[in-house]
Design a protein around this ligand. Sequence first.
Ligand SMILES: [Mg+2]
Length: 309
Amino acid sequence: MPLHEAENLTYFEILNTMRRPGGLSARPRDMSMQSVTDPSSASGAMPSDGAQVPPVPQPGRVALFLDLDGTLAEIRPDPGLVAIPHATLDILARLDQALDGALAILSGRPGVDLDRLLQPLALPYAAGHGAEWRGRDGRVTQAPPPPGLPAVQAALQAQVEHWPGVWIEAKGHGVAVHFRGAPEYGGRVEAAVREVAGRHPLDFDVQPGKMVFELRPRGVDKGQALRRFMQGAPYAGRTPVAVGDDLTDEAAFIAARQAGGFGIKIGAGPSAAPWRLDDPRALARWLERLAAPAPESGPAISKEQPWAD
Ligand SMILES: [Mg+2]
């Protein structure tokens, strides 16, 4: 079940909460997500300024899972124009060393896209929300595309041709319908995506996002991807920290918490993550500190006390 349905909120209710000034203090009416949040947030102690900067752990015990769009890079109206700043790529290279390789990208993009955006790095990834997976050894495994993919893509393409500013992104294992260029079509996009998904209930889940609705393969999500990484070296035994900006990242936040770690939400909006950073630039500064912790930053973290602040 999509997260926002579990929350008994429509996508647009969530979006309105995110847009509202001081939106973080306006909690969703269904508070069930708080059963998986940090106790500090469950008490209602959420910041109103959108920033609750997480302390910087020592890198020796952390496994870091990073979303890309809206997290490492600013969102652009055209996903093809997204770029990760060179300074951030440099930080990622140093982080990869500091974490002894316990670093991976969790993204809805195809793997080929991730390598293009992250070059010259070739990091482990879960692409397509986890449908495509590359471990530390460089081997890529991927699930076959859902059998219904050509049919849903054709049906949605035929639909959006009547909606100026709405467009389809083929993703290899799924399909995304973007309406950033025509927000007034958001309701109709959601209805169309859900209707088409309903024709192939064994193939797809609906994944809402920022100005996008996506069909992703059923049973694939970033939480499963994080758990898969955590089963093997060099991630196993470390404290998972997941970072992301959108609804698809909530599954990773929950999985991180269940494994003794935390999520960090980029930007505003209701979230299972107990920590916040304002934007990709704030995250880059935080990552830089993680890559080169001050000698006095505290004792090595443990499962019991993962943050050495
Ligand atoms: Mg994102």
